[in-house]
Design a protein around this ligand. Structure first.
Ligand code: NIG
Ligand code: FE
Length: 417
């Protein structure tokens, strides 16, 4: 049995007896912070926490590691509920093209973008893809990410989509991070199906999905519902096909245009609707009282210079918000969740507490792991991060680009750098 006691914590963030829900509206500005606190871990679980004055002292020193966190904050690790972290190559040349004036959409229409990434991924063997992705996500642990959702969608052939999902399955076994896999065959129509969209729909529904289900390769299903990509009708058909295999939707909607995707996804019981750079009153109405988590991806807005999600409007309507990185080689080549909180505060007017709630508790919900992750609760997984000595929690979003995390514990084990 291994035990860790963290004492003299300056502030313990996101605590609760059994926080399985999410926070919405005004609740999001409450961090359930305990000042001058302790936290006790046994094996991979949180077994006790509270104010230092209520700590009972040490009775059994056997196998106990004591960490003194004087001046430091302790938080649940970030849950990054939306990424495309398995890819074969970066896309700097498109970055330069955009600087020279081409838009992301224009680059995609020329055969760049997602199709560029798909061509590169199809060529790469599974082992190399796996090793590179493992290094890539492990690098994020240092910045405090303890759970990550990863999508397919750079395969776009039966073989390459399966290859990507098998890589994610291997990552689940090899990494101490909690990982969820999402099937995103509907990321773009492959070149070969440019004039035969029905043919690709048929391939996804009748070939990819049955094989994915047979090998148990996906937890969720996604679709990029957007002009020049997938129509609302195509998304609906896909989500219906996914439901036959118990794949809950988590979808890309409203990145550039509003096509009714939010309302439809809510109807299909989506766990989350992601992007939402565009959001109207109908969407907000559809989300009210639903079980679907609105998820903003401010890294994408920053990197593509497109509008930011209207966080204040969503919060005023008493909605919850999750924030995720969208880490991918095209629109967001960075998975640092601390930076995501910075962009959300500066560009979306979220408070530091709202941004930290949106990247822990609420994003755990958005990837379906809120019963075990996302908060400091007894019985939850001991996935926590200890900051450097900092003056306040606001330092995390404030000092943008800096790594304020000193130590990360995943499943009760201290992660070596
Ligand atoms: O979430 N919008 C669709 N998919 C990704 C970007 C994919 C890419 O450019 O490679 C996103 O931004
Ligand atoms: Fe995405």
């Amino acid at each position: 049995m291994s035990k860790i006691l963290i004492k003299n914590i300056k502030g313990l963030f996101q605590t609760g007896e059994h926080l399985t829900h999410f926070k919405k509206g005004k609740e999001m500005d409450n961090g359930d912070l305990i000042n001058n606190a302790f936290l006790a871990i046994e094996d991979d679980e949180i077994i006790a926490f509270g104010k230092m004055e209520d700590w009972g002292g040490i009775t059994d020193w056997r196998d106990l590691e004591v960490i003194d966190a004087e001046g430091k904050y302790v938080l649940p690790t970030f849950c990054d509920s939306h990424t495309h972290a398995v890819f074969a190559a970066t896309r700097e040349e498109e970055f330069e093209d955009r600087i020279k004036g081409l838009s992301y959409e224009e680059i995609a229409l020329k055969g760049g973008g997602i199709l560029n990434s798909a061509a590169r991924l199809q060529e790469m063997d599974e082992d190399t893809l796996f090793e590179e992705a493992l290094k890539r996500i492990h690098n994020l642990v240092e910045y405090g990410t303890g759970a990550i959702e990863i999508k397919s969608g750079y395969g776009l052939t039966v073989a390459a989509e399966l290859k990507m999902l098998r890589v994610i399955k291997r990552l689940k076994a090899a990494s101490p991070m909690k990982i969820k896999a999402t099937f995103l065959g509907a990321h773009a129509f492959p070149k070969e199906y440019k004039d035969n969209h029905e043919g690709y729909m048929d391939l996804m529904i009748n070939e990819m999905l049955p094989k994915i289900a047979e090998e148990n390769l996906a937890d969720y299903i996604d679709c990029f519902c957007e002009r020049n990509y997938f129509t609302l009708e195509q998304m609906n058909r896909l989500l219906e096909a996914g439901a036959k295999y118990n794949l809950k939707p988590k979808v890309h909607v409203n990145q550039f245009s509003i096509m009714g995707g939010v309302e439809a996804a809510v109807k299909y019981g989506a766990l989350s609707v992601d992007h939402l750079e565009e959001l109207d009153e109908n969407d907000i109405e559809a989300l009210k009282g639903s079980k679907t988590m609105p998820t903003f991806l401010p890294g994408c807005s920053f990197f593509l210079s497109i509008p930011y999600g209207k966080a204040r409007q969503a919060l005023a309507a008493d909605l919850p918000i999750a924030l995720a990185s969208d880490f991918n080689p095209g629109s967001t080549p960075n998975g640092n969740m601390q930076l995501i909180t910075s962009i959300a505060c500066v560009k979306m007017n979220m408070t530091p507490t709202e941004a930290l709630n949106a990247t822990t508790l609420n994003s755990a919900y958005a990837m379906g792991i809120n019963e075990t992750h996302g908060s400091i609760s007894i019985g939850k997984k001991a996935n926590i991060m200890i900051t450097k000595p900092i003056s306040s929690l606001a330092r995390i979003p404030y000092s943008y680009g800096e790594n304020n995390v000193e130590e990360v514990i995943l499943n009760g084990k201290i992660i070596k750098k």
